[in-house]
Design a protein around this ligand. Structure first.
Ligand SMILES: [Ca+2]
Ligand SMILES: [Ca+2]
Ligand SMILES: [Ca+2]
Length: 330
């Protein structure tokens, strides 16, 4: 679509730049076949809205690209009006001036057409008078309404990462703090006395307790750990009373008394949970010690080591009793 000469002229005067383009052979643009002549709107993928855009401020009077003549003067004018000239694109305006089709390019880097706000991208004109989509780190997305998320561009994409825990926020008109997971938690207390509940204390402006069934305050597990609660299973302990479970076994708080032979609470991979000792590991400290000729079978049973005298396969850790005299075989 061609704009009127009046519009073109007014745009040009607004922008204050001179015609940069040049006159070209009229024939070259008819009937606008396949590309090449700068007459088609560049169709960069997705993103910004096409169409005539509200250009920003003046582009500065750079570039004295004069209107050049296409040659052998005289004769027929190239154009009678703008309709005889190539279609405008986002970055190039064509007009018929003094019988010649001339183009004015939007300066490189200037916005091309309408912009989609908040998508971390911009459509701009490049030095070739074509429009293209570029990352725009300043084009951050609109606030998502969550005071505990930020609004940023991340690699050209809008993102709303959680604000760090402790960030001030407002929760329903009341002051709060972000929990680091995108939630604004209303401040409940300034001191323990502000908290109802016999066992509740004020930790980081929240009322928490070691018996409220929630991992809150500075607890490291549900109702255990931190400065106010007893230790969690798996935490190092000296006394049963150190532990929320009231079981201190093998130096750690344990989920149960864990007194059976060939079981322990400090087995690697399941510290804090009473588990079978690995096969071939002795359990000398158990009430019924498993050591000497015996060792644990990995399934919570104490059996004979290889080489120990035996009378049945299932008495051996290896499951093999043989030879003469009979001993546990590897
Ligand atoms: Ca944008
Ligand atoms: Ca937000
Ligand atoms: Ca709790």
């Amino acid at each position: 679509m061609h704009r009127s000469a009046i519009l073109t002229a007014s745009l040009l005067s607004i922008f204050g730049f001179l015609y940069v383009g040049c006159t070209q052979d009229f024939d070259q643009f008819e009937p606008v076949p396949t590309g090449g002549t700068g007459s088609s709107v560049s169709s960069s993928s997705g993103g910004e809205v096409g169409g005539m855009g509200g250009m920003g401020g003046a582009g500065g009077g750079t570039g004295g690209g004069a209107v050049s003549s296409s040659g052998t003067g005289g004769g027929m004018p190239e154009c009678m009006n703008n309709n005889d000239c190539p279609n405008d694109s986002l970055c190039e305006d064509w007009s018929c001036t003094a019988g010649k089709c001339v183009s004015a390019q939007v300066p490189a880097g200037m916005p091309a057409g309408n912009q989609i706000p908040g998508n971390c991208r911009a459509r701009i004109c490049n030095a070739m008078g074509e429009d293209e989509i570029v990352d725009d780190p300043t084009d951050v997305p609109a606030d998502d309404g969550n005071p505990c998320t930020d609004e940023v561009c991340n690699g050209g994409e809008p993102a709303h990462p959680n604000e760090p825990a402790g960030t001030d926020c407002m929760s329903g008109g009341d002051p709060g703090k972000c929990d680091g997971n995108g939630q604004c938690i209303k401040l409940e207390c300034m001191a323990d006395a502000d908290c109802s509940g016999a066992n509740a204390v004020c930790v980081n402006n929240l009322c928490v307790a070691c018996d409220d069934g929630k991992m809150n305050g500075d607890e490291t597990g549900v109702d255990c750990g931190g400065t106010h609660c007893k230790k969690c299973n798996g935490d190092a302990c000296a006394l049963a009373g150190d532990c929320g479970s009231n079981n201190c076994v093998d130096g750690v708080c344990c989920n149960m008394a864990c007194t059976a032979t060939c079981m322990a609470c400090n087995v690697a991979g399941s510290v804090g949970t009473c588990s079978n000792l690995p096969a071939m590991q002795d359990d000398p400290l158990a009430q019924m010690a498993c050591t000497g000729l015996q060792t644990c079978d990995g399934a919570g049973m104490c059996k004979l080591k290889n080489g120990s005298p035996c009378n049945a396969n299932n008495a051996c850790v290896s499951g093999k009793c043989g030879g003469n005299p009979k001993i546990c075989q590897p």
